[in-house]
Design a protein around this ligand. Structure first.
Ligand code: PMP
Length: 443
């Protein structure tokens, strides 16, 4: 770990502040001792502002109140909610924060069963299983689904939890060019003879893994094309909807709903509750047989403590709000709002001359900085003007593809977004990252 980053340290140490602080965290020896003489506490604490109306929060000298353009709180459920919060508090009293048991040893409450039924219904699959952590959902499930003699074909920009799960499975791994169906087909063609039935191929099983929205790119998966190719070559489709479930689609049901893909064509639907639902944990949804198999065999189900009951209650309540089962139209309003906010913000940034990657409707919008040396000035200036933006650089991106990653929430007001645009525009001029001419009326 140290070796990877040591080389970059001298360059970055000449700069300052935000980036260095982050970098220091990584520069430590294998026992976790800092190699530099940096103090321990590095991160400025950024309070949530966009979705938090509680103005009475105590301030401490180290805390800056900022507009939060960095969190995955897509529908605003991570703040107190008039429907969810009282029910979560009630569940805390009734079930306590933890079951202190695994699912099979008394850690399954009525909430766990209800959650699994609701998730299956929400993603339109026959059954679902939930886990206490989204990361573990990928990394623990893949080794149960596939092993030696199997083939995983993974998008080149898939999340680390997928990469780890794939490596841990022992299956052969091939990577296809990010979100490029033609390259996926090429890889599949190389690996199998077209038209051969599943049972007569060199691989016991083939799983193609993609994400609904790519979290560093803001791109929607080209799912219709990918599903068609997988059908043609009889490969299973595994879809990680961490960033798309709840965030896109007319009723928040993710990329299948948005792109008109039949969920029956996606064999394994994975998602997390840490974004749109404002909770924690992850799920796998699929056929009844698949879920039953996982319940009997998956170590993360058999040996890990079950998801915390209040967290489960938060997800159940958020789903009810999204579907209007709370008796209000707040869910539909939130979904309309995140779409409008995302499309407004993206198009305004583009008009200003920024290079914004990703697709319309995606709440994730990276602004390309390219040169990592621009990161400290960009984030420091935004933060100085009380706008918190996450910047991403090597090793999460290639060295010269640094970016600022904006995440839009349904709870951002139009005024919030306009203020953020003004700040980002000024900082963009200062740092020199407007790579295109601005539209005349914006000059
Ligand atoms: N999958 C993807 C695509 C992710 O982006 C993430 C984390 N953001 C995860 C899985 C892991 O989820 P969690 O943070 O809920 O553990």
């Amino acid at each position: 770990k140290t070796n990877n980053l040591q080389g970059y340290a001298p360059i970055c140490l000449g700069l300052e502040d935000f980036y260095i602080r982050r970098l220091y965290l990584r520069i430590q020896d294998c026992f976790g001792r800092p190699i530099s003489s940096a103090p321990d506490a590095w991160f400025d604490v950024v309070e949530r502002y966009s979705n938090d109306n509680n103005k009475t929060l105590k301030r401490t000298t180290n805390i800056t109140r900022c507009l939060n353009l960095g969190s995955y709180n897509y529908l605003g459920f991570a703040a107190a909610d008039e429907y969810c919060t009282p029910r979560v508090i009630e569940s805390l009293k009734r079930f306590s924060p933890s079951t202190c048991s695994t699912r099979v040893d008394g850690g399954t409450t009525t909430l766990h069963n209800e959650l699994e039924e609701r998730v299956a219904d929400f993603v339109k699959k026959p059954a679902a299983i939930v886990f206490g952590m989204g990361y573990v959902t990928n990394s623990a499930i893949l080794p149960v689904l596939i092993g030696k003699g199997g083939l995983i074909i993974s998008d080149s920009l898939n999340h680390n939890s997928i990469v780890n799960g794939a490596r841990g499975s022992g299956a052969t791994i091939r990577v296809f060019q990010h979100n490029t169906p033609s390259h996926l087909e090429k890889v599949l063609r190389e690996q199998i003879a077209e038209g051969r039935p599943r049972t007569h191929r060199p691989w016991k099983k083939i799983i193609v893994i993609v994400e609904g929205i790519y979290s560093m790119e803001g791109e929607l998966c080209k799912l219709p094309e990918i599903v068609a190719i997988c059908k043609k070559y009889k490969a299973y489709v595994y879809l990680d909807e961490a960033h798309s479930i709840g965030a896109v689609g007319k009723t928040g049901r993710g990329v299948c709903e948005l792109l008109g893909v039949d969920t029956a064509d996606v064999d394994v639907m994975m998602g997390t509750f840490t974004k749109s639902f404002g909770s924690c944990g992850g799920y796998i949804a699929g056929s009844k047989e698949l879920i039953q198999y996982l319940k009997y065999t998956c170590p993360a189900h058999l040996y890990a403590t079950s998801i915390s009951p209040p967290a489960a209650q938060q997800i159940i309540s958020a789903i009810k709000v999204i579907l209007g089962e709370d008796g209000s139209c707040r869910g539909a309003q939130k979904l309309a709002r995140i779409r409008e906010n995302s499309n407004f913000f993206r198009s305004e940034l583009q008009k200003m001359g920024f290079e914004v990657i990703g697709d319309n409707d995606s709440p994730v919008m990276p602004i390309m900085l390219y040169n990592p040396a621009k990161i400290p000035a960009f984030s420091r200036e935004c933060l100085r003007q009380k706008v918190a933006v996450v910047t991403v650089a090597f090793p999460a991106t290639p060295l010269l593809l640094a970016r600022a990653r904006i995440c839009i929430s349904a709870s951002h007001s139009r005024e919030d977004l306009i203020r953020a645009l003004e700040v980002i525009s000024q900082v963009g001029d200062l740092v020199g990252i407007k790579y295109f001419p601005a539209e005349p009326h914006k000059q």
